[in-house]
Write a protein that binds this ligand. Structure first.
Ligand code: ADP
Ligand code: MG
Length: 696
């Protein structure tokens, strides 16, 4: 037969052209290989039979044995359904089908014993199962032992395709292939004690016991993560070989004068350590590509400035990009103030910079008299030309897309060093994957003297109490943020919430001025409103998450977050970081509906218990998955993972990374004997992904 990658699934027994098309549309399964790489999401023990009387909340898929008492057809049109009353002698439950009603009514009978396999749900005090698998006991299809449950889509289910259909098709596919080729080098298979590819693929679908299943799952996860890491690390290698790095050989007057005369405080240990790492990078002769993670308030700005001073000391220029105009302006102002005494010429470039000033900036950039350019996306426009850009700093990286970062690359004959700063802590193993080609530094220490922020969870019916405590803070001269969610799917409704909230706040606190910002405002108006708050002309700021990133108002002591249950934890953490910047005790109040799920309540409670951004990011990753973590969305995963889970398989990520590093050390071109499968597999897996070598 031709390769498993070219074998069209429509030729597999039971599939055919129509179902093949459906499988491709719904699950992206085209080839035999795709099909056998559609893995069960979990397994159930088909030797166990449960009693309906013992059903409980949050039960997985279970098997019950019993008889149908009756069948009835209810509802009209799309709501039409077939309901069977089913008893196993301990209790009864309803079994519901929404389609193929006629066929099923003819197929199933009362007073015949069946094995049902499905997920129990409780509805109005009664148990039910929707679209269970139905088998006659002892029939050939009634499974024994461990049985995989395959992920399906709603549409597939509606077309009558079940987990069992997939199991049968996959079994046919497996029987068509004599032996699946090994995809990993033998020395790695041996060293990691992995089952071979063929064994693993067969055991994952049809495990004889837990032991072989676990070995198969481990092997397949490892393989997936191995290729992911191999792809990333190879690009990093290629890049460092191809890109000429700029050598910053000296520390000069800019840095030294700043360090000895202008440093407004003693650096924390973590800041010093990260500066050393940066110094080593820029002094290595290779291009720096470093990500600095540091919680909100950990003092990333000063680190960025000192790195930029290193660039100036070596006769080059530096730029700092921020995602919004407000942030860029704040950075500009604080950097200018810090660097004023050492004679750094620093300017701001945003979308609203006047034409005349732009011309001046353009001119100074070209003749080299402008040392540091701070700005928004405007900085990466083609017309902005530096005489010699040595270092580009990107703040709050997650707002910059991959493509935008790549554009920075083209700014110079010699690629500038790249320093990316983010306040979104990303667990190490995720960073290793998403930013696998960046070196990661962590500022894991806050400057001394910070008072921890008190975080409280409050419910809508406690609103008046909450407003009274806000009133007390205002009376003490403090300022207050009130944040509403603005989630794209329903912008209109969200905006209405925000407007009503704004009116309510103005009525509740008539003697204070309330400013108001949201994402749809014109930048001018937004800036005006933000300025009212920053200058304490307004004491309350009602806003959407536009304020999330970086705004600095030390006098603000309360952050009230409405509908906190709708935010991700990392986002709540970012918002919370807006307060606690002054000397006063600060508060973060999470407002939520009282009726929320157990998991949501747990997540919100975690926020009240910890201020550790990494812990919070881990929790977010576990409950929401990596796709939801801000920062990973735009970076984008270069390949879809079928079985590995970046949230829970951190150890496997590390092992895969270690194996990849050892492999690339020994055989950087992947051409040694026994490695001939690696390059074709890489190009097959990553044929459609972004060229990572162009990404900072
Ligand atoms: P972020 O990491 O969130 O960008 P910033 O760089 O804005 O944090 O720093 C937050 C605040 O902490 C600033 O007011 C800054 O001046 C101050 N800061 C930074 N480093 C130190 C330090 N080592 N000691 C005391 N204060 C510091
Ligand atoms: Mg910052």
């Amino acid at each position: 037969m031709n390769s498993v990658h070219d074998f069209d699934i429509k030729f597999i027994k039971g599939i055919g052209p129509a179902k093949a098309k459906l499988l491709q549309e719904e699950l992206g399964i085209k080839s035999l290989s795709d099909l056998v790489h559609h893995f069960p999401s979990h397994y159930v023990d088909r030797s166990a039979v449960y009693a309906i009387r013992n059903f409980c909340d949050e039960m997985p898929y279970v098997q019950v044995r019993g008889r149908f008492v009756s069948f009835t057809i209810q509802g009209e049109g799309a709501k039409r359904r077939l309901t069977g009353l089913f008893t196993d002698g301990t209790a009864t439950m309803e079994v519901v089908w929404f389609n193929r009603i006629k066929a099923l009514q003819e197929a199933y009978h009362t007073n015949t014993e069946y094995l049902l396999f499905g997920k129990p749900k409780e509805f109005n005090g009664r148990w039910s199962m929707t679209h269970p698998e139905v088998d006659l006991p002892n029939s050939a299809t009634a499974a024994q032992g461990l049985r995989g449950v395959y992920p399906l889509t709603e549409k597939l289910r509606n077309r009558g395709i079940t987990s069992r259909s997939l199991f049968q098709w996959i079994s046919s596919a497996l029987s068509l292939v004599k032996h699946f080729d090994e995809t990993l080098p033998a020395e790695i298979v041996q060293a990691r004690h992995l089952p071979d590819a063929d064994t693993a693929l067969r055991n994952i679908h049809n495990p004889a016991n837990n032991e072989v299943l676990n070995a198969a799952r481990f092997r397949l996860k490892f393989e997936e993560l191995f290729y992911l890491q191999l792809n990333i690390r190879r690009y990093a290698l290629k890049r460092s070989a191809a890109v000429q790095g700029r050598l910053f050989s000296r520390i000069g007057l800019f840095f030294n004068n700043f360090y000895s005369q202008c440093l407004p405080f003693a650096l924390t240990g973590a800041q010093k350590r990260v500066l050393k790492e940066i110094r080593a990078d820029v002094g290595s002769g290779r291009q720096m590509n470093r990500l600095v993670q540091g919680d909100v308030g950990s003092g990333k700005t000063i680190v960025a400035l000192m790195a930029m001073l290193m660039a100036l000391d070596n006769g080059t220029q530096a730029c700092l990009m921020a995602p919004t105009e407000i942030l860029a302006t704040q950075h500009y102002e604080s950097l200018r103030e810090l660097a004023a005494k050492v004679g750094v010429n620093i300017r701001l470039l945003t979308g609203s910079t006047k034409a005349k000033e732009r011309e001046e900036i353009d001119r100074m950039l070209l003749d080299g008299s402008l040392h540091i350019l701070v700005g928004t996306h405007a900085v990466i426009e083609d017309r902005v030309q530096f005489r010699d850009l040595g270092l580009a700093v990107i703040d709050e990286q997650h707002r910059f897309g991959v493509v935008q970062r790549a554009r920075l690359w083209g700014k110079n004959k010699i690629a500038p060093h790249i320093l990316v700063m983010t306040a979104t802590p990303i667990p190490r193993t995720l960073a290793m994957t998403v930013y696998g080609d960046l070196d990661v530094s962590v500022i894991d220490e806050l400057p001394p003297g910070r008072k921890p922020i008190t975080t409280l969870l409050r419910y809508d019916d406690q609103r008046m109490q909450v407003y009274r405590s806000i009133g007390r803070q205002l009376a003490m001269g403090r300022q207050v943020y009130i944040v509403y969610p603005l989630i794209k799917e329903n912008e209109k409704l969200d905006l209405k919430c925000l407007e009503e909230g704004y009116e309510l706040i103005r009525e509740t606190f008539p003697s204070y001025r309330t400013a108001y910002v949201h994402g749809q405002m014109k930048p001018k108006e937004k800036d005006y409103q933000m300025k009212l708050f920053a200058e304490n002309t307004a004491q309350i700021l009602v806003a959407t998450t536009v304020i999330e990133v970086g705004v600095n108002v030390p006098n603000a002591s309360v952050m009230l977050i409405e509908n906190a249950e709708r935010f991700g934890l990392s986002q709540l953490h970012q918002l919370r970081g807006r307060v606690g910047r002054g000397a006063e005790q600060s508060f973060c109040i999470l407002m939520s509906k009282r009726k929320i799920g157990r998991d949501t309540r747990k997540r919100l409670e975690l926020m009240t218990q910890t201020s550790d951004g990494f812990l919070i990011a881990e929790a977010d990753l576990k409950t929401r998955g990596p796709g939801d973590l801000e920062g990973t969305m735009q970076s984008g995963m270069p390949m879809e993972l079928h079985i590995a889970n970046l949230a829970t398989d951190g150890q496997v990520v590390q092992m895969a990374r270690d194996s990849v590093d050892a492999l690339l050390d020994a055989d950087p071109s992947l051409s040694a004997p026994g490695h001939q499968m690696l390059l074709p597999e890489l190009s097959r897996l990553f044929a459609r992904s972004t060229d990572m070598s162009r990404i900072s």
